[in-house]
Design a protein around this ligand. Sequence first.
Ligand SMILES: *Cc1c(COP(=O)(O)O)cnc(C)c1O
Length: 472
Amino acid sequence: MPLRFVNLPSVDALLRAPDTEQMLEQHGRTAVTDAIRQELSDRRATKQVLGNGDDVAGILQATHERLTALATTSLRRVFNLTGTVIHTNLGRAPMAEAAVEAMQDAARFPANLEYDLKSGKRGDRDSHVEDLICRITGAEAATVVNNNAAAVLLVLSALARRKDVIVSRGELIEIGGSFRIPDIMKSAGCKLVEVGTTNRTHAADFESAISTKTALIMKVHMANYRIDGFVAEVPEPDLIGIAHKHELPCAIDLGSGTLIDFSSLGLPHEPTPQSAIANGADLVTFSGDKLLGGPQAGIICGRADQIKKLKKNPMKRALRLDKVTLAGLAATLQLYRDPDRLMNRLPVLHLLTRDVDEIRAQAARLLLAFQKHLDGLAEVTAQDCQSQIGSGSLPVDRLPSVALNITPVAGQRAKGKAVAHMAAAFRGLPIPIIGRLSDGALLLDLRCLGVDEESVLLDQLNNFAGIYDLNR
Ligand SMILES: *Cc1c(COP(=O)(O)O)cnc(C)c1O
């Protein structure tokens, strides 16, 4: 029997339907009309033509679902219970309250971004952070760009375009997300001169590689891996000494670049920009959103004449920070003026130094609720585990923590499939909960769960059974 479309209601009729009123109120006429047209057209294409008059309610329900999906932005808040504190894929450092407020103000109102309030003339956007960075690091001058990859790119192209850059072979690393030192050299138009071997590089290797074509000696902090055993590298002060002996600048890419002494907090030692500057480095680059705990940014500090070259380079204009980020970075750096209270004010440091007993108490508070909501679906226990710092910090350095271990009742599924399905259900919650898989269980490491977020987390579980369908 040939299909006929006569039973589909008209767009106008659907727009006039009483149930449409609320959708119009919420989404506006244009969006609702578009969604209705789309729905009707899909029904025609899939031949969902109804025999019994019009299915206004069904069409409107589908239209409503279309509109809701379109109104949900894809970038959303999630719970980071992976156990990796600075998780690049989950947006790295959560920011301090003072930074969030400064960013809101910068977004909402005009600001003296490039305007000197004293003279009434044009100002420099770097001025809002340069002094702070210099005071903290001891550098003569500083500038900021969009991220640390951009910082490295700017240093290379401003100082060493069409020239040689000497780097130890053991430092030709990939940071992740396709940031590889050799590739970034190429895109900056520099010629990479590798010296030494993967495990050993000596002062003489650098000395003999220096020529009239050399523009820069660079040292890259080996952030995400470590070579043990028969190893040798040239100590930073010696390397800088070699560069200066040949009247060459030395740039150090630190990556994480914490501004405080990590070992005094009971955390693994991390090199600081302060020590690199004190060793005589001409330029030091590091990230704003790793251990520093601010917004995504790349910070470059060092000698005034070198920073001046960077500021004059056209690439600086293309890589510059926007006012919202700049406001967040300035507010974050301000917090470092009061180191005693930094721990309570800077979320990254607070999360990294959380006491394991406090996390254990948190697990105990949440355990019963999880057991209740997952009754019949999974066994839930509290389990000691190890968190990671993340974002280029050594993966071998671990922080003791406590996780909720969620082991699904397999039902008709294989064990691996059941836990994958369980993890997917947690990701499907209104505020997705991201854990990590381990030994057929989903671990929710509680290190990064604020005490004030516990009730929001538990609210999510009300929807859980609906999303996780045991036997599907
Ligand atoms: C993380 C890192 C980078 C890249 O920094 P982004 O801020 O992610 O652009 C560069 N170098 C090192 C050594 C790093 O650890």
